[in-house]
Write a protein that binds this ligand. Sequence first.
Ligand SMILES: [Zn+2]
Length: 118
Amino acid sequence: MDYEMTAFEKEMEQNLLELRSNLLAKISKSDSDFQNLVGSSGTGDSVDIASDDLASKKMEAIGKIDAGKLNAINQALVRIRNGKYGVCAMCGKKIPEDRLRAIPYALLCMPCKRSSER
Ligand SMILES: [Zn+2]
């Protein structure tokens, strides 16, 4: 399948890839902070339990904000490659370019976004 991307889509793809690598860098940074935290204490059963606890806390923190955003970015990248980028996932209308420039991973137009938040 060869979809010819428009200049706008190419631009947005670059933006999305950049957003994604920034997000992944942020996640792996918190990952190494986490490693330092766990690595500073010795090894043993009690540490395993503590690190499990930390891991779940960390996943919780990353999960809420970043996983949702990462997911939206990935979806937007798939949509660009399918030629469906910039089309609202709910009503099928085109999302204005201004909105996409502000939020490149937006999957809904403003009216649908508003009604989904209600
Ligand atoms: Zn819509």
